[in-house]
Design a protein around this ligand. Structure first.
Ligand code: HEM
Length: 493
């Protein structure tokens, strides 16, 4: 009787466990045993989850599973698993998970968090062609970046002989470049309205992909309470109102000429062209797309630049070699062009190495499977959450000459020619590969070369020993530091 009762209790507990956690389907990738409700969250230290994921991959292999709360997820580790899923099986790995907080905020529109479907496809195609060659044109994109650089240089010249905190400078510059492309205008760096927009965006980035978002997803009852996610919704709404105002102004001044001023003009032309064909192009989708580009294009570029400057200041021989290459290619020319990259293999290598160590989007944006699929011999059902660990490829043993140190030779062959190893995946790969990759690469090159042409960047003595540890987040950043600035005369100091 007692034994029967005990068996019943055990069976009920097991049932409860499976109901609350779920169980690994047959053939599913292996992984650590989850706890009810919280899954494997205790196995991931919120400050250093990448180290924990690395240990789990060593134990379970490049394709393993874990539970985020009650949701099963498959983690992809190393370039081979990442490429196999995201490139070779792109169709099956292109979905986005339904993050309830984000879809309540964006209505599932835009590009970044939109699931696969006609609206995502149409908007991705439109944004890519507009950013690359249609309407705004490559040349014009370059001009916008160079124009912003005149403001950056003016500010740095004022600080020459002293030091600055580059965080706001790079953040404002990256944000202004996006503003110029999508809204057709920029802001002064000390404009209070601009600063408010940027801090609202930073807050959204911080809160929307963290514990608060998770709580919002798993405990709907908490949504009515005045918790921090309320602030995310308010900020998103305020940013949206800003975008709506700019769109309204554009509608009053827009002419259907072949020379659009910015991405809004291109979008208005697209609405006009597609009127009545049942496409998803409308004001509300336009607002979401503009917000996506504004948010995605700021932190990523600015954090990469901060990492690059940190390493250049503390590796003076590498900075010196960049100065030499830049001076010899530009000669008496004052301005750099994006085409100059082909003549600057060392600078290109330094830039890519900076991106590798900056490791800006370590876990990409999560994907889901759009159909039942196989990977590395495992069976993965439709709708499974997928975490592409891009960080694992950027420091993967066997893929790099020096995976653990800052070394431009990771991107140079024995003849000193620039090349990109297969494990270089900071923009991810496949159908969801970063939509702003070509813009980001142009920005990084033009900004870094212009700065190095005009200035010597110096690690201030009072900063002590440099700390290269990154602050973990959906986008990682180096710890705050100050940057010493000296003016160069282009032929030496
Ligand atoms: C997506 C990295 C700059 C716009 C992504 C993803 C990564 C990434 C890893 C996720 C890809 C995936 O889901 O597999 C970066 C890095 C950047 C950068 C490292 C700079 C160094 C930019 C810029 C823009 C931008 C400047 C804006 C013009 C986007 C958009 C998506 C995206 C819209 C979503 C694409 C989609 O879901 O179809 N980016 N990004 N990014 N990025 Fe970037």
């Amino acid at each position: 009787m007692m034994i029967g009762g005990l068996i019943l209790v055990c069976l009920s507990l097991s049932l409860l466990f499976f109901l609350m956690v779920g169980w690994r389907p047959r053939g599913f990738p292996p992984g650590p045993t989850p706890l009810p409700l919280i899954g494997n969250l205790l196995q991931l230290d919120p400050k250093t989850p990448l180290k924990d994921l690395h240990k789990l991959a060593q134990r379970y292999g490049p394709v393993f599973s874990l539970y985020i709360g009650t949701t099963p997820a498959v983690v992809l580790t190393g370039q081979q698993a990442l490429r196999e899923a995201l490139v070779s099986k792109a169709v099956e790995f292109t979905g986005r998970p339904n993050n309830i907080m984000m879809s309540h905020m964006t209505g599932g529109k835009g590009v970044i968090l939109a699931d696969v479907g006609p609206s995502w496809r149409e908007h991705r195609r439109f944004a890519l062609s507009t950013l690359r060659n249609f309407g705004l044109g490559k040349r014009s994109m370059e001009q916008r970046i160079l124009e912003e650089l005149t403001h950056v240089c003016a500010l740095l010249e004022k600080s020459a002989g002293g030091s600055i905190d580059p965080q706001h400078l790079f953040h404002h510059a990256a944000s202004n470049i996006i503003c110029s492309i999508i809204f057709g205008s920029r802001f002064d760096y000390d404009d209070v309205y601009f600063q408010t927009l940027i801090s609202m965006m930073e807050e959204i980035n911080k809160l929307a992909i963290g514990p608060w978002a998770m709580l919002y997803d798993i405990a709907p009852v908490l949504r009515v309470l005045p918790l921090p996610f309320r602030k995310v919704f308010r900020n998103y709404q305020l940013l949206r109102e800003h975008v709506q105002t700019v769109i309204t102004q554009h509608k009053h001044t827009h002419t259907h000429t072949p020379a659009p001023r910015d991405l809004i003009d291109c979008y208005l032309q697209e609405i006009h062209k597609r009127a009545g064909d049942g496409s998803s192009f409308d004001d509300s989708h336009m607002e979401s797309l503009l917000l996506d580009l504004f948010v995605a294009g700021t932190d990523t570029t600015s954090n990469t630049l901060r990492s690059a400057c940190l390493y250049l200041m503390t590796h003076t021989h590498i900075q010196e070699r960049c100065h030499q290459e830049i001076d010899s290619v530009l000669g008496s020319r004052e301005c750099v062009s994006f085409d100059d990259r082909h003549s600057m293999p060392y600078v290109q290598a330094v830039l890519h190495e900076s991106q590798r160590v900056a490791d800006v989007v370590p876990l990409s944006v999560f994907h889901t499977t759009t159909a039942h699929t196989q990977l590395h011999g495992y069976s993965i059902p439709k709708g499974t959450m997928v975490i592409p660990n891009l960080s694992s490829a950027l420091s993967e043993e066997g893929q790099w000459k020096s995976p653990r140190e800052f070394n431009p030779h990771n991107f140079l062959n024995e003849h000193g020619e620039f090349f990109k190893p297969d494990a270089f995946l900071p923009f991810s790969a496949g159908s969801r590969v970063c939509l702003g990759e070509s813009l980001a690469r142009m920005e990084l090159f033009l900004i870094l070369v212009t700065l190095l042409r005009r200035f010597q960047l110096v690690w201030p003595e009072e900063e002590g020993v440099p700390d290269y540890e990154l602050i973990f987040g959906a986008t990682q950043s180096p710890k705050p530091y100050r940057m010493g600035v000296r003016i160069r005369n282009h032929t030496g100091i």
